[in-house]
Ligand binder design. Sequence first.
Ligand code: PLP
Length: 429
Amino acid sequence: MSNYKMNTKCVQSGYTPGNGEPRQIPIVQSTTFKYDTSEDMGKLFDLEASGYFYTRLQNPTNDYVAAKIADMEGGTAAMLTSSGQAANFFALFNICQCGDHIVASSSIYGGTFNLISVTMAKMGITTTFVSPDCTEEELNAAFQPNTKAVFGETIANPALTVLDIELFAKAAHAHGVPLIIDNTFATPVNCRPFEWGADIVTHSTTKYMDGHGAAVGGAIVDSGRFDWMARADKFPGLCTPDDSYHGITYAEKFGKEGAFITKCTAQLMRDFGSIQSPQNAFLLNLGLESLHVRMQRHCENGLAVATFLQSHPKVAYVNYCDLPGDKYHALAEKYLPGGSCGVVSFGLKGGREAASVFMKALKLAAIETHVADARTCCLNPASSTHRQMNDEQLKEAGVPAELVRISCGLEDKEDLIADLAQALNQIPD
Ligand SMILES: *Cc1c(COP(=O)(O)O)cnc(C)c1O
């Protein structure tokens, strides 16, 4: 980890060119890499030497960008994945197998909810969901002897709840398992979960990190602090020999700092092949170079829009943790002192129908199943991303049917507010 400030890390971490080398990260557009002898290559296959042999596992462009993200989060190792979905699946499946159990916040991204509650359940991995607002007692009661991980989102998409990371970390560690935090909405610019006890961080880099709606991607970062060997009984995949790599024991050979990402690359990338393309990694890095500048503007616009909506007669409520009256304001002051993100959600007094009229009338804000890019967009989760949930589940996940989510982009805030005002006027009284 470098000692530079975040603004400098965003621009320069991960890649330092040598004399006469390209200033910008080179896109290594090659599936394979050449070696002089079979012995040289054999060492890579045995994880005896580090290097590249096939882009399904590793590529230099990806590694430069992953190293930057690791530095921004304050971690020891990181890898890029083809999507945020792949990142969360890999982060969990790297330490969970059939018969294991996860404790997860119920307030998480719809895709992740589906991944763990439906698809991973088919693999024999069960999950107990807890409210992000649960007490320490309720949280501790969710653990089972076969629990292997705790999962939550710093700022949940789309419910915008803020997780008490320290509380969740404490419970996870008391039960000998790591806390995995999806830090997509906050980004390391606004929150670094490792500083609050999280062990693994994931990202959908598709969102603010890319920031331009250009490339789908994900990332996994290891804090390097979880002592797998101390709980070897729980994590046989990391703490017993891997027959597919000549009996290497990852936690022994790569230590706390490297075991998680090495195993995830060597086994899961090899077998599932969800690598980010080097082209997308290059685009992601362009986004990272301005992340610190953009997050400030996203937050400024988010607060302006939230403040406007809060005072509007047709708006029933606004969720935005930077608003002083918000339920999560105290947690936001602790975990997100520099601002949260540009995503605001609100309920219209006229319910589902008013939401439909309002969204149709918007001119600048487009209807998209996306958030966190330069252009403002909005969505009614109940009719799109969360449509697999019934009304009860919607409420529990913090996305009631009348909820509209607006992702404030980088436009001028006065233009955004004028657009919202004219669309709100279209809703019949
Ligand atoms: C979008 C999102 C994901 C999924 O990421 P993809 O890149 O779309 O696969 C996961 N978690 C959160 C919080 C997200 O917003």
